[in-house]
Design a protein around this ligand. Structure first.
Ligand code: PQP
Length: 401
C-alpha cells in the first residue's frame, strides 16, 4: 500500500479506477485526464499497481531502465512471481546486457538502408490499394485498409507466404491483450488465437521464411555465431508479435481522425508532403500502444512520492502524449504542429526498434491517400475493439471520394 502522510514522503492518491475495463479501453481520454491531474504517481488499488500519466514522469521512467526494469515483464504479470505465458521475449522482456545483444541483431535486420529501399514497394502497394478503395467508394476501413495494407507490406517484407499471414492479426491481438489482467478480452483473444499458435511457431523457423526478408536477416545472425537457432526463432516471434497489430491500430486511428477532421484533411491534401508529420501526429494523438508496465528494482522517489522496490508501475503513454504540460493544445489533432519527442514509440533503450519501418510504411500510405482522396466521411458509428494495450477498432465504416 502507498505511504500515508509522512514528513519525508508526499501522499499518493489511491484510485479505484480500472484502466482495463471496457469503458476505459474504448474511451480512455477522459480517464487519462483524471490520472494526469490526480498527481505524479497514483496507486490503482484494484490491481495493486502504481501508475504515472504525466509526460515528464512517463518519459523519465522509460529512460531509467535500471530503476524501471523490463525483465519482470512489461505487462501486469510479474515474471518473478508468475510463470510467463510463453518464453519471455529476448527484446521486450529483457534488461541489459542480455537485451542489448538481441537488440543489436534486431536492429541489424532493420537498418535505415533496408527500410529506405522498401519505400517504393510500399508506395506501389498503397497506390494499388487506394485505387481499389476509391472504386468501391464505401467500405469498412478496418479490414479493407488498416488490416489489408500491413498484412500485405509487412507480410511481404518479413518473408512470409501469402497463405496464412492473416494469422498475425489474432496472434498480435492476443499478445497485446495478455499484457493486461485476465479480463474478458484477455480470455477471448487467447482462445481466438489458440488455433494460429502452431502456424506462428512454424513460421518463426528459417525454412518457412523467404531468403531475402527480414526474418532471414535475423536468421543470418545464427551463421555469424551471434545467436542460437532458438534465439533466432524467438526474435522472429518478436517481429510477428510487434509488426501488424500496432500498425493496424495506427492506420485505423488515422482513418478515424481524417474522417472526423475535414479541415485537417484539406490541409494534408493541399500539401501531401505533410504526410510524415500527419502520421506522427496520429501516433502522438491516438497512441496506438497505450500502456506498458515496468517493475521497480529499488525504492524510487518521484517528486517526493515513494514507490517501493519490486512493484509494477503502469506507464500511460497515451496520457503522456496529450499532457498539456508538454504540448500546447495537447487535446487537438493538428497535423502541422511541431510534435517533438512524443512517447508513442517509447523512449530509452527499449524505444521501438521497428519505428523507422512503421514510419515509412505509414507515411507511404498516408501520402498516397493525400494525393488520391478528395474527402472522407464516416458512414456509421466507429466500433472500438477493447484491447488491454492497444487503442484498436473493430469497424470503421467510411466513404471516400
Ligand atoms: C509495440 C516486441 C515488441 C512493438 C515481443 C514484442 C511484442 C510487442 C512489441 C509493442 N511491440 N511495438 O514479443 O518481443
Amino acid at each position: 500500500m502507498p505511504n500515508g502522510h509522512t514528513a519525508t514522503s508526499e501522499p499518493i492518491p489511491v484510485l479505484d479506477l480500472d484502466p482495463f475495463s471496457d469503458a476505459f479501453l474504448t474511451g480512455p481520454d477522459p480517464y487519462h485526464e483524471v490520472l494526469r491531474e490526480a498527481g505524479p504517481v497514483v496507486y490503482l488499488e484494484r490491481y495493486g499497481v502504481w501508475a504515472m500519466a504525466r509526460y515528464a514522469h512517463v518519459h523519465e521512467a522509460l529512460r531509467d531502465h535500471e530503476t524501471y526494469c523490463s525483465s519482470a515483464g512489461v505487462g501486469i504479470s510479474d515474471f518473478r512471481k508468475e510463470k510467463p505465458w510463453r518464453p519471455p521475449s529476448l527484446l521486450l522482456e529483457a534488461d541489459p546486457p542480455a537485451h542489448d545483444r538481441a537488440r543489436r541483431v534486431a536492429a541489424r535486420a532493420l537498418p535505415p538502408r533496408v527500410v529506405r529501399e522498401l519505400r517504393p514497394e510500399f508506395l506501389r502497394r498503397a497506390e494499388e490499394l487506394v485505387r481499389s478503395l476509391l472504386a468501391r467508394g464505401s467500405f469498412d476501413a478496418v479490414p479493407a485498409l488498416a488490416e489489408a495494407y500491413p498484412l500485405r507490406v509487412f507480410g511481404d517484407a518479413a518473408g512470409l507466404p501469402a497463405e496464412g499471414r492473416e494469422n498475425l492479426l489474432a496472434y498480435g491481438t492476443m499478445v497485446f491483450n495478455v499484457f493486461g489482467p485476465r479480463n474478458r478480452v484477455f480470455e477471448e483473444s487467447t482462445a481466438a488465437a489458440e488455433p494460429v499458435r502452431a502456424w506462428i511457431a512454424e513460421h518463426c523457423e528459417r525454412e518457412a521464411l523467404s531468403p531475402d526478408g527480414l526474418g532471414a536477416r535475423i536468421w543470418a545472425a545464427v551463421d555469424t555465431g551471434e545467436i542460437s537457432r532458438e534465439e533466432a526463432a524467438l526474435l522472429v516471434r518478436s517481429l510477428f508479435s510487434a509488426g501488424v497489430d500496432t500498425t493496424v491500430s495506427t492506420l485505423a486511428a488515422a482513418v478515424l481522425l481524417f474522417a472526423t477532421h475535414p479541415r485537417q484533411w484539406e490541409v494534408l491534401r493541399t500539401d501531401p508532403s505533410l504526410a510524415g508529420n500527419a502520421l506522427e501526429e496520429v501516433i502522438r494523438y491516438a497512441s496506438p500502444v497505450q500502456t506498458f508496465f515496468r517493475t521497480t528494482t529499488r525504492e524510487v522517489e518521484v517528486e517526493g512520492r515513494r514507490i517501493p522496490a519490486g512493484e509494477k508501475v503502469l506507464l500511460f503513454l497515451g496520457a503522456a502524449n496529450r499532457d498539456p504540460r508538454q504540448w500546447d493544445r495537447a487535446g487537438e489533432f493538428d497535423i502541422t504542429r511541431r510534435i517533438g519527442a512524443h512517447v508513442g514509440f517509447g523512449s530509452g533503450i527499449h524505444n521501438c526498434v521497428g519505428a523507422a519501418f512503421a514510419r515509412v510504411e505509414g507515411e507511404a500510405l498516408v501520402s498516397v491517400l493525400a494525393r488520391r482522396v478528395t474527402g472522407w466521411e464516416s458512414t456509421g458509428d466507429p466500433i472500438p475493439r477493447p484491447n488491454n494495450t492497444l487503442r484498436a477498432f473493430a469497424s470503421l465504416p467510411v466513404r471516400i471520394w
